[in-house]
Design a protein around this ligand. Structure first.
Ligand SMILES: Nc1ncnc2c1ncn2[C@@H]1O[C@H](COP(=O)(O)OP(=O)(O)O)[C@@H](O)[C@H]1O
Ligand SMILES: [Mg+2]
Length: 375
């Protein structure tokens, strides 16, 4: 293969970036949970990774999956809501016995099917809890559930309930990854799950300045490519330190160096890369715009923009958001509902772990300008 065609950066869903930077806190919490499990104890809390899409939640889940497997001491079940559309499939996914039963029909004759059906009838959530306790007593289990905000409410109730009971009896950990609407979705399943998380609520948002620099610079440096300081400043700024855009920029710059055979990347390369990145970012904005449109939120999205315009890191209080939404001419209840919906889509969000007064941030600051232009 022509080495110039090789990819270096990873713009895409859940793709492990060449350098996973700026997630030290989240990694430390997860690592401590893993240590508890390896010692044969349940961690003091489950974990939820929460943040607008494109910030690296799936990447962190994948990182943790690898850590767990590398420990050799815990088993991991990595699921998405599609794997568990109903309680039966939840039991099937997590129960070794029914996993075996699903394999059997291909190997055995019709005569045994009757007894397999009988087995299947014993796959209730109560059986799941008992089997999971037995399983975790033999070897700890970590259940990773990505996109948890789309989980069926009945399945979620069964899972959260089983998780609560199992972790009291044997080493078990549930890790959920989801967009910021998760708390209200969880409330439909188990009123207190979110409150019990304590230190297990981890925000996954845009990167710090340092982390974004590292994410861009280190992979290039490892290929003996130097990204000049002012070029780096420009890219860090234009990417908004939004992980998906950081990867888009990195890849567009890497293609530049491949084409030109350059060992040093300058502002000139940034200028050539910009239209490539802009075109892909525009596609992405347009998807988010259609989501807002489908949810009837365009007017609300445009109304809150001024509150976040001062800088990419601008913060806004509840009151400021509410005052901004007044321009849409709806009553207080509708404004509150609009704020919750904007939060659900990650257009704005409230990172966990803040000291009061808790403030709102823009999901992707540059999306706000796009929405205004398009509306
Ligand atoms: N810490 C990070 N540093 C740099 N890029 C990252 C980081 N975490 C994730 N990415 C990149 O961001 C993009 C989105 O990651 P993903 O895990 O799919 O986000 P989410 O699950 O939150 O939607 C991917 O292209 C991934 O390579
Ligand atoms: Mg994801």
């Amino acid at each position: 293969m022509n080495p110039a065609n090789r990819r270096l950066f990873t713009p895409g869903d859940g793709a492990m970036p060449p350098v996973l930077s700026g997630r030290e806190e989240q990694q430390a919490v997860l690592s401590r949970c893993l240590s508890d499990l390896v010692r044969g104890e349940s961690p003091p809390h489950n974990v939820v990774l929460i943040g607008p899409r494109g910030n690296g939640k799936t990447v962190l889940l994948n990182w943790f999956k690898r850590e767990c497997r590398a420990s050799g001491a815990v088993d991991v079940a990595a699921l998405t809501p599609q794997d568990i559309p109903d309680s039966r499939s939840l039991v099937a996914e997590l129960s070794p016995r029914s996993a075996l039963a699903r394999l059997l029909p291909r190997k055995v004759g019709v005569a045994t099917v009757g007894s397999l059906e009988w087995e299947a009838r014993t796959d209730t959530p109560a059986h799941l809890t008992r089997r999971l306790i037995a399983k975790c007593s033999a070897k700890p289990l970590v259940v990773l559930l990505d996109e948890a905000h789309t989980l069926d409410v009945r399945v979620g109730s069964a899972l959260l309930n089983a998780s609560q009971q199992v972790r009291d009896e044997a080493p078990f950990l549930l890790v959920l990854a989801a967009t910021p609407g998760l708390p209200s979705h969880l409330a439909k399943m188990d009123a207190s799950f979110w409150n019990r998380l304590g230190a297990g609520r981890l925000g996954v948002g845009r990167l710090s300045e340092d982390a974004a620099r590292t994410a861009l610079q280190e992979p290039l440096k490892a290929q003996n490519v130097h990204l000049e300081e002012d070029a780096l400043d420009q890219v860090v700024d234009e990417s908004q330190r939004y992980p998906y855009f950081v990867q888009l920029w990195g890849e567009a710059l890497w293609q530049q160096r491949s084409a030109a055979g350059a060992t040093s990347l300058t502002s000139r390369h940034v200028d050539v890369a910009r239209p490539v990145v802009s075109a892909q970012a525009a596609e992405y904005y347009q998807d988010r715009y259609r989501e807002l449109e489908a949810a009837g939120l365009l007017a609300a999205a445009v109304a809150v923009r001024p509150v976040f315009q001062a800088s990419a890191d601008a913060e806004a209080s509840d009151r400021e958001i509410d005052a901004a939404l007044e321009s849409t001419g709806v009553d207080a209840a509708a404004r509150l509902a609009a704020r919750e919906e904007l939060n659900r889509l990650g257009y704005i969000w409230c990172p966990p772990g803040q000291l009061p007064p808790v403030t709102w941030r823009a999901g992707i600051p540059s999306l706000m300008a796009h929405v205004q232009r398009q509306f």
